[in-house]
Ligand binder design. Structure first.
Ligand SMILES: [Zn+2]
Length: 276
């Protein structure tokens, strides 16, 4: 999975009182686009020294450490117009090496979190970043806001040598994944698994067991992976608002998937290898 990186190559722990040096890495986002430095036919994370003519209102927010260099979120209202750099859609993370790819993804989650909490949701006053932890504070009503992380489940439904995969309503033909969904208030993770499977594909499941979990910054979720058994003689009834199609696949007849990036791809790959 893309987040499985040695701590000396990537460390997301917050560090207080960091100042941005010329060699530190910079993440700058414009809506869903990230600023990158072309490097032959690939891309690198830009360093501060790579960005010419920083606007006077530029501020840097410490994010995490990449290969022992600090990485900062750059904020400015003036925009960055350095022609030696380029903007790419955030989905470029799929094609970057693992460490900068994960840095872009996690930086994008924090960029959205900072943007969405410039004002207090309780009293409406302007907020400020806390110095001593990754948090936002409202001095007016003393509310502290931490990054939003939403628990969600993802489940490999298995019957002997077959696995159930589903295609999301908005996904292109041929793209399948495991059934997944957000945990509702008051619900345990196992209850979410039972409910989501019933809602999305109409199946009853049993023998629910934990697999692993995976932070997924694009949706701000923590995906908790489970395996469950189901009788494949049951009728599949899809929720057409969320699912375009669902079907059982054998190990030698799986649709394309990426085993290196997400927990879904890893679990499908483990199934193919006979390990699930
Ligand atoms: Zn407030």
């Amino acid at each position: 999975m893309i987040n499985e990186i040695a701590p000396d190559l990537f460390n997301s722990q917050f560090e207080a009182n960091q100042t941005c040096n010329d060699s530190d890495y910079i993440l700058y986002f414009k809506e869903r686009q990230v600023l990158l430095k072309p490097n032959g036919d690939a891309f690198k994370l830009p360093q501060k020294k790579d960005i010419a003519g920083l606007p006077s209102d530029t501020t840097f927010i410490y994010l995490f450490r990449v290969k022992n260099k600090a990485c900062f979120l750059l904020k400015t209202t003036a925009g960055i117009n350095d022609t030696n750099l380029c903007f790419e859609d955030i989905n470029i993370f799929r094609y970057l090496p693992q460490v900068p790819g994960w840095a872009c993804l996690l930086g994008f989650q924090l960029y959205n979190w900072y943007n969405n909490h410039q004002f207090c949701g309780k009293c409406g006053h302007k907020t400020r970043l806390k110095d001593d932890e990754r948090a936002i504070h409202c001095d007016h009503c003393e509310t502290t806001i931490y990054p939003n992380i939403s628990p969600a489940i993802i489940v490999a439904i298995i019957c002997k040598d077959r696995i159930l995969l589903a295609r999301g309503a908005q996904w292109p033909e041929g793209r399948f994944s495991l059934v997944a969904g957000y945990t509702d208030v008051g619900e345990s993770l196992e209850e979410t698994v039972i409910r989501e499977v019933k809602e999305e594909v109409g199946l009853d499941i049993k023998n629910i067991r934990y697999y692993k979990n995976h932070p997924w910054p694009l949706s701000g979720s923590l995906m908790v992976g489970f395996i469950a058994d189901a009788d494949d003689q049951q009728t599949i009834i899809i929720d057409e608002k969320e699912i375009a199609e669902a079907a059982w696949f054998t190990r030698d007849n799986l649709p394309p998937y990426s085993p290196e990036i997400s927990i879904s791809g890893e679990m499908i790959d483990q199934f193919r290898k006979g390990k699930l």
